[in-house]
Design a protein around this ligand. Sequence first.
Ligand code: S3P
Length: 178
Amino acid sequence: MFPQNIVLIGFMGTGKSSIGKRAARILGFRFVDTDHLITERAGMEILRSLHLHGEAHFRDLETETLRALENTSHQVVATGGGIVLREENRRQLRSLGFTVALTAREDVLFERVSRNTKRPLLQTADPQGTIHKMVQERAALYAETAQFLVDTSDLGQQALAELIAHEALSRFPSITST
Ligand code: S3P
């Protein structure tokens, strides 16, 4: 069976949502974002959910949200940066569709995430050090889950979206058919 969706994984600040929306527009796909689905499911913002119920609970919601996407098609699915931490999630991500990992150099990530303060896991005394540590922990998980890796450090969002759409179509020409 050919992949039904395009799934974007990668660290916070790699541009999964903005690039994903553009790729969805190019392909005529729906765009979904697991963080938004979790916010709806939890009835509150992630920051508040993490604060009230802790990270383990948030990770459970993430797994439930992924399970609920089973058997969907024609979507670009952007995911939260930590979704690859669970083995079950990595399996689900691969079965959902063509998995693309967005990467970026750490200085670029830091510059991008510093522009908004909504990332609870980076609210530490040394966000740059935290990014470094988390990237070290996760890089292999992104690489093992993805079929295609794209460095977003130096290219614009539209060019990146076109690259991803083009790659999906050339590997799986029937991905857009019903
Ligand atoms: C997280 C990334 C966030 C969000 C949550 C945890 C992580 O998503 O899911 O704050 O563990 O890296 P983005 O990658 O969209 O910022």
